[in-house]
Design a protein. Structure first.
Length: 660
């Protein structure tokens, strides 16, 4: 123990002897030298992203003039040699002597001193997007050369800087007419950024996004043609009166929507605290996206304004579901609402607070309260004003919620390895073609019908899977029953595409799935159960038009050397009147089921693509709410809904006398 303490004492002594740390080791960096020593602290690094951050900072300053109402035009020009120029027609940076530094102009103070500018007090700018006195000076510090022109009070002033230091004094270049504003021309320092250069495509996208974010500004883009390597235009005038709605419409062009029209509004916050603008819609398929901005600054990591939007949408849909007396709405979460949301949100607030100098995330606490308040109020009005759209949106989100719950409850079974032979249900009679294109899987009721179908099929393209009677009603069954049901397991394995989170349409083994049941009430019931299964568990197959209903005949009519088939009673009477002579003897046979039909007749009437009739099962987006209500009423767990449906629709039934 003494030896241990002795070694510790010697170690401390050794440290003390080698420690020469004193006041002379304290280095004081003045002016903009800290920026050049540690650029990553201010712009996140020295890579291509950081380089373009410089352009964004200067453009943000020009945008601040536009948002404040003092400018309506910005010009952005990229020239050979990596020179970028940003010009606005705003008020122009002040050039009079600064009160605290009377020997320096305000322009020189802004460009050579950190934390200087007109955005702290809120008097010059009610909302702004710059780094609050850091942006312009940081860009100057990291530029090999910066040249500034200020047209103010009909006089042109100029000054030049190199690596953050003034190389000329502020010069009065004489009177100017019909011109005002600030022009900043700069070249990033190769000592900092190496060979990285501005990308015309990236700068054009930046300008385009800024024009969308503030519909009152016109941005004129210009680039030397020798610098362009893609389809970026050499010149463009970017002005979008529709704002975010215009941007969103272009971003989702060609994609199917749950909501027909984009919901877009621009609303002022209470007490002059700023304003918000949004454009939102929901996509039928695929992942959505949400782009958010604060004072025209992109916030890719979201923040408090995004949290306000999320809360408003979730609470609004839950409340609407409660109003519709749909108890399933209580299970809705942000994941269900935002997963397929395609949206844009832009806020303008006073003195925004960001996480880090690169401003990727808004942290202003009041932003969540302001956004949630105005957006929730307008969302409630929007839902109430268009009940059809609101019902379809609610049904869509509830479907996503139920799918999420099913995924969570599903037993996690390991995936089959590529080297393991694919297991197929024993009763499946597969087709010979390996490619899914042009193939069909017939789902039939029982082994008897399966035997007839197997003999009637085209073995090259048609597969047959017999099911044992009526399958499980998935709309009312528990998750445990779903997992334990062998019939459904066999069906999913035959399809090959999986279900829930393991669903992959690319692994589907057949081009079509054909439900082929008897042409009687029991057959219709089985078909309804199967359609409910696809609607609940494999909705993507229905959305893509892969599920069909076969139309087998119920009667065979023979007379005068003629054989015809009728699908139902009405069709039988029509054929008897039109196809056979009066008083002609016609033998009418009623099929008890598909298993009673000769394979030749089944092929001729129901399975031969050249003669048969198939009904495609579809889910029109505009009927989503109605479909969801019917499934819940007719197949769900609440018998009182079925009873109410029968009461409301009983008068539509044709009552006939039936021998029992």
């Amino acid at each position: 123990m003494n030896d241990l303490f002795g070694r510790a004492h010697l170690t401390r002594a050794a440290i003390g002897q080698s420690d020469t740390y004193s006041a002379k080791d304290i280095e004081v960096l003045e002016g903009l030298e800290p920026v050049r020593r540690r650029p990553g602290m201010y712009i996140g690094g020295t890579d291509e992203n950081a380089l373009h951050h410089l352009a964004a900072e200067i453009l943000d300053n020009a945008m601040d003039e536009a948002v404040a109402g003092h400018a309506d035009r910005i010009e952005v020009t990229l020239e050979p040699g990596n020179w970028l120029t940003v010009r606005d027609n705003g008020r122009g940076i002040p050039v009079d002597p600064h009160p605290k530094f009377p020997k320096l102009s305000a322009l020189e103070v802004i460009l050579t001193t950190l934390h200087s500018g007109g955005k702290f007090s809120g008097k010059a700018y009610s909302t702004s997007g710059g780094l609050h006195g850091v942006g312009s000076s940081v860009v100057n510090a990291l530029s090999e050369r910066m040249e500034v022109e200020v047209a103010r009070d009909r006089t042109l002033f100029t000054q030049a800087f190199e690596r953050g230091r003034p190389v000329t004094k502020l010069k009065n270049a004489g009177p100017v007419h019909n011109r005002r504003g600030t022009t900043v021309r700069f070249r990033p320092d190769p000592q900092i950024f190496g060979r990285h250069e501005f990308s015309p495509a990236r700068l054009h996208r930046l300008c385009r996004s800024k024009a969308y974010l503030f519909r009152g500004v016109e941005i004129r883009w210009s680039c030397d043609p020798s610098l362009i390597r893609d389809e970026t235009p050499a010149q463009a005038v970017l002005h979008f009166p529709g704002g975010l709605a215009d941007f969103l419409a272009g971003a989702i062009e060609g994609r199917a929507r749950v909501v027909p029209a984009i919901w877009a509004e621009q609303v002022e916050f209470p007490d002059g605290a700023g304003r918000a603008e949004w454009a939102l819609t929901w996509l039928e398929q695929g992942e959505g996206f949400l782009n958010t901005y604060a004072n025209t600054i992109p916030t890719p990591q979201g923040g408090t304004h995004e949290a306000g939007l999320r809360a408003a949408l979730v609470k609004g849909l839950r409340a609407y579901g409660e109003l519709k007396k749909d108890r399933r709405a209580a299970s809705i979460t942000a994941e269900d609402v935002l997963g397929s949301l395609a949206g844009m949100l832009s806020v303008f607030i006073r003195e925004p607070q960001f996480q880090g100098q690169t401003k990727d995330r808004l942290t202003s606490p009041e932003a969540q309260r302001l956004v949630e308040g105005v957006l929730r109020d307008h969302f409630d009005h929007w839902l109430a004003g268009d009940p059809t759209t609101a019902d379809n949106l609610l049904a869509f989100v509830i479907e996503r919620a139920e799918e999420r719950i099913r995924r969570r409850e599903q037993k996690d079974t390991p995936r089959k390895t590529a080297t393991r032979k694919l297991r197929l249900p024993g009763k499946l009679a597969d087709c010979a073609r390996e490619n899914a294109e042009g193939t069909e899987l017939f789902l039939v009721e029982g082994d008897s019908a399966g035997g007839s179908a197997k003999q009637a099929r085209d073995r090259e393209t048609q597969a047959v899977l017999p099911l044992r009677g009526k399958i499980l009603n998935v709309a009312s069954a528990s998750a445990d029953k779903l997992r334990q049901n062998q019939e459904l397991k066999d069906l999913i394995e035959a399809l090959g595409c999986g279900a829930g989170e393991r669903f992959d349409i690319g692994r589907l083994r057949y081009g079509r799935v054909v439900i082929m049941t008897d042409a009687d009430v029991d057959g219709a019931h089985i078909a309804a159960l199967l359609m409910t299964f696809f609607y609940k568990e494999l909705p993507e197959l229905v959305r893509q038009g892969r599920v069909f209903l076969a139309q087998p005949p119920l009667y065979r009519l023979q007379g005068g050397g003629k054989t015809l088939y009728a699908r139902d009673d009405a069709d039988r009477e029509r054929l008897l009147k039109r196809e056979f002579k009066a008083n002609q003897k016609v033998e009418v046979s009623r099929f008890k089921g598909l298993g009673e039909m000769p394979p030749a007749s089944l092929k001729e009437t129901t399975m031969d693509p050249r003669r048969r009739t198939l009904l495609k099962v579809i889910l029109p987006p505009e009927e989503r709410a109605r479909t969801s209500e019917l499934i819940e009423a007719l197949m769900g767990r609440r018998p009182e809904l079925r009873f109410r449906f029968i009461q409301e629709n009983a008068k539509q039934l044709d009552m006939e006398e039936v021998d029992v």
